[in-house]
Design a protein around this ligand. Structure first.
Ligand code: CA
Length: 509
């Protein structure tokens, strides 16, 4: 695959008995590729059988079983979801625990970026005033005031990049002491402490909500202000607006005093995520991002990978990469928790993938997971972060989140990411206001069509004109440039940003 020149069929490992059609227009029936005649017309990204398969035979991609042949499949036929049975997920109780191992990563030195150093040691890649809210009731107000702050105050504070309302749907009618309520509560608290907000905490509350703002305070906050709209000191709307503006101005003064300084690449906290994946994601965008992830880890930095339902079927490949049995157990516990969560809702892992994934050639969740974990690279997994929690260790972390793009992004932001890498094959305009999102296309057909929405095209890997290593290094350099504020990502240039969406498995009242 990594050889240069035009490819038409991509086989990930020599053991694979299906190959991915790489040409943009797909294969026509009767076309010959690698000595095999296509027996069907096969669209780009879809699988062709490289040999005859009997009923019950394993269908192998990435060297792993992605399904069992449901019917006889002839060499050269299109292998789609309907022709395969879904394998059972790995049994969590029978995966062998790893032995504790020493860190043998080859260090990578000399790479830096220009970031905003915080008093708690974290580093921002942007300098943003984040306005936290304790309840959705105030969201209309914060949106109104953010516009006013941007128009009237922000021009006086040139070192501040933006003002962002951290609105969410939580706070009112919550069963505050339900065990799972801790997830949305700590998410809101940790979002406010994202490195890009510089330790300045400003909370707008209503007054009567279950989620009282003092639950959102934490030791690492250097300066906190709380304002309640129900405060009797305010008469009418304009006094409330004025009250919020005054607090914002005080925090803007302090944020404006911050300057970018040279920081080692070890201060990067990169959240890896994919969304709208296709069959190329696992052979171009995700492995190139995984290569960049390894470089960041070698430089002493932190990388997150997430999306429980997209690692569940590959967890037997991840457990051996954990540094310690306690980390392995934490990983398995997150899988078990999610199995239970899905079962409670009468769903299972087959609820993922999406119709778009399937049109892109991903037949089932096993195939999707095997491609998805490629973005974690090859580094040891040093820790597991529960949903909404903050990262504790540098290196490669599994941050447990749903696969849903904005929920995963929100939880990775709460865990402390200062830059996001997002790989897509089908295309999504995804962006976050507070953290730069580097969007990577898995195929050049998308990269070319969405030339102004995509930041990095990994498609040349499938065309054989770039290797995974070359693309990984290019992406690593791009991450440093974006983290330094020297290059704006497409979502920021265009000003398109998604809402923050909390993961709330707890009941509402
Ligand atoms: Ca996702």
């Amino acid at each position: 695959m990594a050889t240069k020149g035009k490819n038409t069929i991509i086989q990930t490992t020599p053991n694979d008995n299906v190959g991915i059609v790489a040409n943009v227009n797909g294969l026509e029936k009767g076309m010959e590729v690698n000595g095999i005649t296509a027996k069907d017309a096969i669209p780009m990204g879809h699988k062709m059988a490289l040999c005859d398969l009997e009923i019950g035979d394993k269908v192998i991609r990435y060297g792993q079983t992605i399904g069992y042949a449901k019917t006889k499949i002839g060499k050269g036929e299109w292998v789609d979801a309907l022709k395969m049975d879904l394998p059972q997920p790995p049994d969590l109780d029978s995966i062998p625990m790893p032995q504790p191992k020493r860190n043998t990563i080859e260090p990578l030195e000399g790479y830096t970026f220009q970031g905003f150093r915080n008093t708690d040691g974290s580093v921002g890649t942007k300098n943003v005033l984040g306005i936290t809210t304790s309840v959705q009731c105030v969201a209309g107000m914060t949106d109104f005031v953010v516009k006013k702050i941007k128009a009237e105050l922000l021009p006086r504070f040139p070192n501040v990049d933006d003002v962002v309302a951290l609105n969410h749907s939580y706070g009112c009618g919550v069963a505050i002491d339900a065990p799972a309520a801790i997830i949305p509560i700590r998410t809101v608290r940790n979002l406010a402490q994202n490195p890009n907000f510089g330790g300045e905490l400003m909370i707008i509350g209503l007054g009567c909500e279950k989620l009282q703002p003092n639950r959102l305070l934490n030791d690492s906050v250097t300066d906190a202000s709380i304002l309640f709209l129900q405060d009797e000191a305010f008469t009418g709307f304009s006094e409330m607006v004025e009250g919020i503006m005054q607090i914002a101005e005080r925090h803007l003064h302090k944020l404006n005093a911050r300057q970018r300084t040279t920081c080692p690449a070890s201060d990067l906290v990169v959240g890896m995520q994919c969304g709208g994946s296709d069959a190329f994601s696992g052979i171009t965008g995700n492995p190139a991002s995984g290569f960049a992830a390894d470089l960041i880890v070698r430089a002493g930095g932190t990388v997150f990978f997430s999306e429980v339902t997209e690692v569940r079927d590959a967890v037997h490949l991840l457990v051996p990469r954990t540094t310690d049995p306690s980390v392995a157990q934490a990983l398995l516990n997150e899988m078990a928790w999610y199995d239970h969560y899905l079962a409670q809702g009468s769903a299972d892992r087959s609820a993922n993938p999406t119709p778009g994934n399937k049109r892109g050639g991903l037949s089932n969740v096993v195939e999707k997971a095997l491609g998805s974990i490629a973005k974690s690279g090859t580094s040891p997994i040093v820790d597991v972060v529960a949903p909404g929690d903050k990262v504790r260790r540098k290196g490669l972390n599994f941050v447990a989140t749903p696969a849903s793009d904005f929920v995963c992004g929100t939880l990775q932001m709460a865990a402390g990411m200062n830059i996001h890498v997002f790989i897509t094959g089908r295309g999504t305009p995804y962006g976050l206001a507070a953290v730069p999102v580097v969007k990577v296309s898995s195929n050049s057909k998308l990269g070319n069509r969405w030339f102004d929405l995509i930041d990095f095209d990994a498609g040349p890997i499938a065309e054989g004109t770039k290797t995974i290593e070359e693309a990984g290094w290019d992406l690593f350099h791009l991450i440093l440039e974006v983290a330094s504020g020297k290059r704006k990502v497409a979502a920021d240039t265009l000003g398109i940003h998604n809402d923050l969406v909390l993961f709330n498995p707890a009941p509402l009242t």
